[in-house]
Design a protein. Structure first.
Length: 162
């Protein structure tokens, strides 16, 4: 290739529509950094939402006859729909393990006193089951349903009738 054709070829390659290998690597790095920044922003937002959820669920609700009737109506709708699908249990509550005094350890180990570790609304939900649903032969099962980083994350309450 002559010097002239090499120069012409290089100028075509140097055209802004074609990146050098260094430029392309730099571009890829910039893209990866932008993606990582978006992921970190999303993780920060998710953590903030989780903190708000924990704070909200730590606050107990007023248990009035109207609230009890509302909860019973909601549960009747959920259990009836599940029964029509042939299911024998329904998820009735999901909450972060931070709402347990031991971060879910007793639930994970199926310790008989796991209810004593509950706080806030999960504790109220357990007490509601104990007072209103257990006498009607409903069972309540608690289990860890999410394991972020190998640690207990979310806990779920399942109401069953089998």
């Amino acid at each position: 290739m002559s010097t002239e054709s090499h120069t012409a070829s290089a100028s075509v390659l140097a055209d802004e529509s074609f990146m050098s290998a260094d430029d392309l690597r730099s571009y890829m790095t910039d893209l990866q950094m932008a993606k990582a920044s978006k992921v970190l922003d999303a993780m920060d937002k998710a953590e903030e939402a989780r903190k708000k959820l924990v704070s909200s669920l730590q606050q107990e609700i007023a248990v009035t006859p109207e609230k009890i009737a509302e909860i019973k109506r909601s549960l009747a709708t959920k259990t009836r729909a599940a029964a029509e699908r042939g299911e024998k249990e329904v998820l009735v509550m999901r909450f972060p393990s931070a709402l347990c005094t031991d971060k879910g350890r007793a639930i994970n180990n199926a310790e008989p006193d796991w209810p004593t570790t509950l706080t806030g609304r999960p504790r109220q939900a357990y007490e509601f089951w104990k007072e209103h649903l257990q006498p009607a032969k409903y069972k309540l099962r608690a289990m860890i349903v999410e394991w972020p980083g190998g640690m207990p994350g979310d806990i779920a309450f399942f109401l069953s009738w089998s």
